[in-house]
Write a protein that binds this ligand. Sequence first.
Ligand SMILES: Cc1cc2nc3c(=O)[nH]c(=O)nc-3n(C[C@H](O)[C@H](O)[C@H](O)COP(=O)(O)OP(=O)(O)OC[C@H]3O[C@@H](n4cnc5c(N)ncnc54)[C@H](O)[C@@H]3O)c2cc1C
Length: 348
Amino acid sequence: MSEKSENATEVYPLVIIGAGLSGLVAARRLVDEFHAPVTLVDKGRGVGGRLATRRIDGDRFDHGAQYFTARSPEFQRIVADWVHRGLAREWSKGFALENGKRKEDGFPRYIMDQGMTQAPKTLAEGLPIQLNMRVRSLSIGSLGWEIYFDDEQSTVWVAKSLLLTAPVPQCLEWLKAGNTRLSPIIYQRLCAIEYQPSIATMVRLKGPSLVPPPGGVWLSGEPLTWIADNTLKGIGSTQDKAPEVGRLTLHSGPQFAKKHWEDNPEEVGNKMIESGKAWMGSEVETFQTHRWKYSLAIRHDKAPFLRMDSPHPLWFAGDGFCAPRIEGAAVSGWLVAEEIARRLNFCD
Ligand SMILES: Cc1cc2nc3c(=O)[nH]c(=O)nc-3n(C[C@H](O)[C@H](O)[C@H](O)COP(=O)(O)OP(=O)(O)OC[C@H]3O[C@@H](n4cnc5c(N)ncnc54)[C@H](O)[C@@H]3O)c2cc1C
């Protein structure tokens, strides 16, 4: 897929930075429908980004995104395929509120049968993806976009065309580090996109929890926004005859996350467990925490993606565009793929 430049730098026709949902949906469509020569790169050990499932000794916790809607025709098609293949299923049309009452709005929320990472893993099958490579800076050179990585070998790639799908503030940091100037209009629109942080605490209980079926509670927002019981969700264990104990995911609100970002993780976890004690029902056996600097996009750009025109095109996509959340990320990826194919003449 790549060629070597004179100074032994790898040169790629089209690179996608980020193998989260938007990058993978874009790559899948570009490869399957337009036969485009795509290469993905991600800093993670695995694919998926914020669609994340953690395994702890046979227990399984969705600790990033919890469920997704499918209201747009583009995403409905993808989800229908997952449901048909037994990979995804409807979880519920609503959940309990803090006061114990149930709120339903008629829209199905879907989950992946083996945890949320199953979605990106399915999409990633057969795609050329380089993992464990953290982008540090981006600058424009004579052959294309120069991508500098944070590794001991100081690896550099050149991309003739480039799609960025990481949270927008991160993309802006890379461009700034590479002294790359964007057009003022694009720059302003990108700077207006905003995300909020969250802290997740994953708790294994010694007995069942008090979270009501089907396993989720929408909370007021601070200090907690959400509690899920992964056991009731049906993904809580990798073993057949696992004990029916609570395996909870607690999500903090943005204020709590900002206030306790630098605190000792054990203290943070204990505070979150104390805040959610009405739903515990059993003693805590173990817990872990995870910090999400970018969880939900609270201000997004209404366009499905942005493009910067230059001799070497640069696109921005992901959940900062189109609509926030999983569905928005997927639709953004789907639509940017078509635009890239058209612009780079892969459509013929
Ligand atoms: C705690 C939490 C709860 C959420 N709950 C829900 C929910 O219930 N429902 C819902 O619809 N959405 C939810 N979301 C939001 C949803 O997860 C995202 O909108 C969606 O996954 C975004 O996908 P994406 O591809 O745009 O971005 P990402 O998933 O963030 O993908 C970007 C990729 O870029 C990679 N990357 C970043 N920096 C670098 C670098 N320097 N070098 C190389 N690669 C890099 C990352 O590793 C990542 O894989 C939640 C998110 C969080 C964190």
